[in-house]
Design a protein around this ligand. Structure first.
Ligand code: ACM
Length: 267
């Protein structure tokens, strides 16, 4: 497939209202999309008070496990519409709890990524991701997954690009103001598209209010914003993209991945 329609879906979840949050998110996914990205933890809300509360919303993703409500409803939507979905959810693996993103294909298969760089109180609530940044084949291209705060570590997007990702799917619950700008650079320095899906609204369940910044966007490999939503309100930022174009070759003699000098870099 040479071109794809992608959407960054911007939702406004109410904490703990899984069914209603799923209803809202599914209604916002535009018809005819090849790939739609939903925010981090879009079905549960973000500000958990305890690890026990996180566990109450967790879903198993492993082979042979019973699918939870998020995977079941998103999987059914993917199968019914032909849209590949990427969305944030709480993943349980035995005693461990991960802030994960699941990729669900219309053929009923799924893959997942466990957030590597935990933000703020996530460090008290979740286990840190234990696997490298993954790149999966989906919707006729290669899709790399990262979650929210991973944006501030250039290594995340770089790892995905070196792994062959042409499109980065990036579910978010952003509260710091810099990510949407930074993702322009991440796309430019890796020659990838990025679909950043953020939520709006606020939560104050722990005595420290978090305001989520919206601004969901689709960015192209030369840093062009193809679609962008405002900081408030729900919706979908939709763009038609050609994954892999433009490619990593920046000038006649420069390639953004090929010209790297890893032997001279620290750490
Ligand atoms: C974040 O990683 N949710 C800011």
């Amino acid at each position: 497939m040479s071109s794809l329609t992608v959407a960054a879906v911007q939702t406004s979840p109410a904490f703990g209202c899984v069914d209603a949050n799923l209803d809202q998110a599914l209604a916002l996914i535009p018809g005819g999309c090849d790939l739609a990205v939903l925010p981090e933890l879009f079905a549960t809300g973000y500000q958990f008070r305890s690890r026990d509360e996180v566990a109450a919303f967790a879903e198993d993703l492993g082979p042979g496990t019973v699918a939870g409500p998020v995977v079941t409803r998103l999987g059914a939507h993917a199968a019914a519409t032909g849209t590949t979905l990427v969305a944030g959810l709480v993943e349980r693996d035995g005693p461990r709890l991960f802030n994960s993103a699941v990729l669900l294909r219309p053929d009923g298969t799924h893959d997942a990524y466990r957030k590597v760089h935990l933000f703020l109180d996530e460090k008290l609530l979740f286990d840190p991701g234990d696997r490298p940044f993954p790149v999966f084949r989906a919707c006729g291209t290669t899709v790399g997954l990262m979650i929210c705060f991973d944006w501030i570590f250039p290594e995340a997007a770089r790892s995905l690009a070196l792994g062959g990702a042409k499109v980065i799917a990036h579910p978010c619950n952003l509260v710091l103001p810099w990510c949407q700008e930074a993702m322009v650079t991440r796309c430019l320095e890796n020659a990838v598209h990025a679909v950043t899906a953020n939520r709006v609204g606020c939560e104050d369940r722990t005595g420290s209010e978090l305001v989520f910044s919206g601004g969901s966007q689709v960015v192209a490999p030369r840093g062009e914003r193809l679609a962008r939503l405002p900081s408030t309100g729900t919706g979908a930022a939709v763009a038609r993209i050609e994954p892999g174009t433009p490619d990593t070759q920046l000038t006649l003699r420069n390639d953004v991945l090929g010209d790297r000098r890893p032997g001279l870099y620290r750490g």
